[in-house]
Design a protein around this ligand. Structure first.
Ligand SMILES: *[C@@H]1O[C@H](CO)[C@@H](O)[C@H](O)[C@H]1NC(C)=O
Ligand SMILES: *[C@@H]1O[C@H](CO)[C@@H](O)[C@H](O)[C@H]1NC(C)=O
Ligand SMILES: *[C@@H]1O[C@H](CO)[C@@H](O)[C@H](O)[C@H]1NC(C)=O
Ligand SMILES: *[C@@H]1O[C@H](CO)[C@@H](O)[C@H](O)[C@H]1NC(C)=O
Ligand SMILES: *[C@@H]1O[C@H](CO)[C@@H](O)[C@H](O)[C@H]1NC(C)=O
Ligand SMILES: *[C@@H]1O[C@H](CO)[C@@H](O)[C@H](O)[C@H]1NC(C)=O
Length: 938
């Protein structure tokens, strides 16, 4: 929400005539990163950043940065630029995270001047391909820098580069580093001193993925205090770290290195707390080496080829809390030798992917503190109840992917604290008598449904679940649920279809459901089961729905009628056998709260305005892997209401003239940020195999009438048609109306060339004579009086400021164009006044069509339902929430109204500078609850 509002502020502070769509940049909000994963793989960004941009094919920095909206806090540039000049980012003082994948060879002094808020800076390139030279004081201005990453570039040859004192993380990875000692020459700060006062401290020194790193010269990092040293994927031996001269080290990670034994000496030397030895060829561990490992709290021995554990393994590490033994060849887990052995403090044990066949009753008997036990992917066939004896605190148990067929009855009673149980991918025979009796705390269950022995077998599940995942083998007769209500179930995942659920009572069975994930056949069965093209589930609280088909669903159903749904993802719904073009309105219907719609390989072809009508809150639309898309030109009319972000990824636009309007629209659409894969190709029929770029082709080959300039003409025509009621009462004035509209449009066009245009007025107030009293007594003093009593704005009032003798239509159009904001005061009377309607119409038309749209605010003096608003001017769907407000009757609520108005007018001054204030104001006006919401959002 906050990000959204910030964006709104940003949007309004941008010159509106500039289109958002910038050829090579993708803009998004941090929280939306997961939707656009592939753009952030190399250059991950903080998800708390409100506004980020990723630009590709950057070859001229100045030019590329011009396209980046100011105010982004995260920026990632891909391209080829060899020299980073001075002052490169001075227009982006708010940057917090900056990633540069540019083949840089030189970074000049002052390149990062002004980036005082920068927290994270990354230089990225192909592994050890580019050499980069940094000016020694290049990071001098970065006084907030916490994280500095070099991923790829080689740094050898640099000398004496100063690090900012705020630095916590340093990564030099994928580079040519061969000796840890080189670091001290490049960054001498690291080895500044021997006394503990002036020693440099880093939380993480990450030297992973330096494939040639094999030397740790003695004293190479003399005096440095480190939290974590990461040497993964290097040719180092863990034991070598003792020579480095580090003053402190807590965590050492050396996975995928040439370490051949447990580095007992290093553990003892630093009193290490965490050691990650995964994926080294170690084979076995001798008890003697463990003797010096008593400081360890976390030990990762994943995939090191262990076949057995030494006796007394746990007893040697009394402080151990987390032990990962996954991916070894352990056939038995001799952790606890007998019941009398000393208890261990271990709380997490990962034995996944081993070769465990049987577990002796005493296996876990010395682990009374164990909370997490992962036995996934072993060979366990049966488990005796005694195995779990004593695991009083166990919360998570994963028995997935074991050929389990038997668990003794009542075994769950031994695990009173168990909350999460995974039984997926087991051969467990769930009989009707099998029950979860005793699982008092169980709230998260993953279960596989085997074929039901007889039709309609009843499945008894604990009813206090909050999360349930059910997988069904294909072609089973559905199970019936023996309990009817899961009152607190929030997360439900169904893979395949295995449950008999009547559609009518589904909201009774799962009244609290918030997240639903349907995988595979389940969706198809669901749709056709009820022989309906509509999603049959009525789930009033559902917030997110993900449907992942398997491309065998003959018919996608229309997801509709889910009042709380915020996020919807539909994937792989295309019916491979009989692909057919799908229209968006066949997939989604009435989803008033939907914010994110993600469609991937659904067979979607046509998008038209109709489909967006039920999606009033949509902010992000992602189309992925959809081919030959047609963006119907009804969208152009609808564009003020389009989602703020549209991403058309790995998808192609059809080479049809219907799409010809898209390019000009993209260039100047002020409200929607669209990212379309830039290389859209067109296979022209007459040119045989050669492919041409889509947009130039369309603009050359499609009839001129479809071009944007003439679109305005057609939009005027459209307006003309819908203004028939007006014609009846206004006779000849429609000609003037069109003239005025045209003139406003021309002015707008001219305005683009002259962007610093000054407005004659701040606010144009449109109202009818009957409402004049309110305007003069209430509005005028508040807006026009000098601060602090008023806002000191210049108002344009028809009876006061219109040029005498000039035609009304001309007066309205000229003054409206000369005002920064148009404020319409509406009442039932006003709606019946010709001039009011004309003004309203002009304002809305301009909003719809003008290249330089004004800000339109509407004040309702009395409640007016949407249906009472004249149909033709489509006011209801032109206005954004927060752009209209009801004048309250009660005095005590008037303050809220004024706060709203002040915030929308961006006090203390309008326009650019006011954005920040505006943002805060809207936030207030949007707080839920009685106080503001119902006043200011009709
Ligand atoms: C980069 O673009 C700017 C204007 O967009 C231009 O003035 C400058 O000469 C270009 N630089 C190079 C190296 O082409
Ligand atoms: C260390 O850097 C590598 C890339 O070189 C990265 O994948 C890894 O996540 C980093 N580890 C830490 C702990 O930051
Ligand atoms: C730090 O102390 C070591 C020996 O303890 C010495 O060899 C080294 O020169 C000293 N370094 C500095 C920078 O004082
Ligand atoms: C346990 O090990 C498996 C690998 O076999 C891994 O996927 C999983 O993430 C590990 N879990 C924990 C909690 O360490
Ligand atoms: C149990 O193990 C401890 C060592 O952990 C040993 O001293 C004791 O003799 C064992 N008791 C039995 C009954 O095996
Ligand atoms: C439920 O368990 C699954 C794994 O079995 C896990 O991924 C999920 O996060 C758990 N959910 C909760 C709410 O604990």
């Amino acid at each position: 929400m906050g990000g959204h509002l910030l964006l709104l502020g940003l949007l309004l502070s941008l010159p509106l005539t500039t289109g958002w769509t910038t050829s090579n940049c993708l803009v998004t909000e941090g929280s939306r990163q997961p939707l656009l994963n592939r753009f952030f793989l190399v250059c991950p960004m903080d998800s708390s950043l409100p506004f980020l941009a990723v630009c590709s094919s950057v070859s001229n920095l100045t030019q590329a940065l011009k396209a980046v909206p100011q105010g982004v806090e995260g920026l990632c540039l891909f391209g080829s630029i060899s020299v980073l000049p001075q002052d490169a980012f001075s227009n982006f003082p708010e940057l917090k995270v900056l990633g540069l994948s540019l083949h840089l060879t030189q970074v000049l002094p002052g390149a990062f001047q002004g980036l005082r808020q920068l927290r994270q800076l990354s230089f990225i390139s192909l592994p050890s391909k580019d050499h980069i030279f940094l000016a020694p004081d290049v990071f001098g201005d970065l006084r907030s820098l916490q994280q500095l990453n070099f991923l790829g570039p080689c740094l050898d040859g640099n000398l004496g580069v100063q690090l900012p004192p705020s630095l916590r993380y340093l990564t030099v990875g994928h580079s040519c580093l061969q000796d840890v000692g080189e670091l001290a020459h490049i960054f001498p700060d690291l080895v500044n001193g021997n006394s503990s006062e002036d020693a440099w401290t880093l939380d993480i020194l990450n030297l992973s993925f330096n494939k040639q790193l094999k030397i740790a010269s003695p004293g190479a990092l003399q005096g440095l205090k480190l939290g974590t040293l990461n040497l993964d994927h290097t040719q180092m031996k863990a034991a070598a770290v003792t020579q480095l001269g580090l003053q402190r080290l807590n965590t050492l990670s050396v996975t995928f290195t040439v370490t051949a034994e447990l580095p007992a000496e290093a553990v003892a030397h630093f009193e290490l707390q965490q050691l990650n030895l995964g994926a080294n060829r170690i084979g076995q561990i001798a008890l003697e080496t463990l003797a010096s490992c008593h400081s360890l709290k976390s030990l990762n021995l994943q995939r090191i080829g262990l076949t057995k554990l030494p006796l007394g393994f746990l007893a040697a590490m009394p402080r151990l809390q987390a032990l990962n033994l996954a991916g070894n060849q352990l056939q038995s887990a001799m952790l606890c030798m007998n019941e009398t052995g000393a208890a261990s403090g271990l709380w997490s044990l990962n034995l996944s992917n081993n070769e465990l066949h049987i577990l002796s009753p005493a296996t876990f008997s010395c682990l009374p503190h164990l909370r997490e036990l992962l036995l996934w992917g072993n060979q366990l066939v049966r488990l005796d109840a005694q195995v779990f004896q004593g695991l009083q605190r166990l919360e998570t148990l994963d028995l997935g992917k074991n050929p389990l067929v038997h668990l003794s009855e009542g075994w769950l009673t031994l695990l009173p604290a168990l909350t999460t149980l995974n039984l997926l991918d087991t051969g467990m025979l769930l009989s009707q008598t099998w029950s979860f009796w005793g699982a008092e705390s169980l709230n998260n269950l993953s279960l596989q449904l085997p074929s039901a022995p007889t039709a309609g077998a009843a499945l008894s599940l604990p009813t206090r679940l909050t999360g349930l995942e059910l997988h069904a083998v294909s072609s089973v007769k559905p199970w019936e649920l023996s309990s009817n209500v899961f009152p607190i179930l929030q997360v439900l995942t169904l893979k395949g279809w295995g449950l008999q659920l009547g559609s009518q009572n589904i909201s009774k069975i799962f009244p609290a459901l918030r997240h639903l994930f349907l995988i595979g056949r389940s969706f198809g069965v669901l749709c056709s089961q009820y022989n309906s093209s509509f999603f049959p589930w009525h789930l009033p609280r559902l917030q997110s729905l993900k449907i992942q088909g398997n491309s065998y669903n003959p018919q996608p159903c229309c997801i509709t009628g889910l009042p709380s749904l915020q996020e919807l993802k539909l994937e792989a719904l295309q019916y491979i056998a009989q692909p057919r073009p799908v229209r968006l309105e066949e997939l989604v219907g009435e989803l008033p709260r939907l914010q994110v719609l993600h469609l991937a390989r659904t067979g979607l072809v046509t998008l038209s305005a109709t489909a967006f009508q039920g999606l009033g809150s949509l902010q992000v639309l992602v189309l992925d892997g959809e081919r030959n898309l047609v963006l119907d030109d009804s969208l152009r009319d609808h564009s003020p209401q389009m989602p703020r972000y549209m991403y058309i990824l790995m998808s192609s636009l059809a080479c049809q003239c219907t799409n010809a309007w898209v390019e000009p629209w993209l260039e100047r659409s002020p409200r929607t940020y669209t990212h379309i894969l830039t290389k859209q190709l067109c296979q022209a029929e007459d040119t045989g195999h050669s492919k041409t770029l889509l947009f130039p082709f369309l603009s050359n080959h499609c009839p001129k009438t479809l071009e944007l300039e003439l679109f305005w003409g057609s939009s005027v025509l459209l307006l003309l048609l819908i203004s028939l009621p007006l014609l009846q009462e206004a006779r000849n004035s429609w000609v003037r109306y069109i003239q005025a509209l045209f003139r406003a449009w021309l002015q707008g066009l001219r305005g683009r060339k002259d962007e610093g245009k000054r407005f004659l007025y701040d606010v144009f107030v449109s109202h009818c004579r009957q409402d004049q009293g309110w305007v003069v007594q209430e509005l005028l003093p508040t807006l026009e009086d000098c601060p602090p009593a008023g806002l000191g704005l210049r108002l344009c009032l028809p009876e006061r400021d219109f040029e005498p003798g000039k035609d009304v239509v001309d007066n309205v159009a000229d003054n409206m164009a000369g005002s920064r904001v148009t404020l319409c005061v509406l009442s039932h009377k006003a709606l019946h006044t010709y001039r009011c309607r004309l003004e309203l119409r002009l304002a809305t038309s301009l909003l719809l069509a003008a290249p330089h749209p004004p800000v339109l605010l509407v004040v309702f003096l009395e409640p007016i339902s949407r249906h009472q608003l004249p149909r033709y001017h489509r006011l209801a769907w032109l206005l954004r929430r927060g752009d209209y407000c009801l004048w309250p009757k009660e005095d005590e609520r008037k303050d809220v109204f004024w706060a709203w108005l002040r915030s929308r007018l961006g006090q203390p001054r309008l326009g650019l500078g006011g954005a920040g204030v505006l943002e805060g104001g809207v936030e207030k006006a949007r707080q839920p609850g009685r106080n503001t919401m119902d006043v200011c959002e009709l």
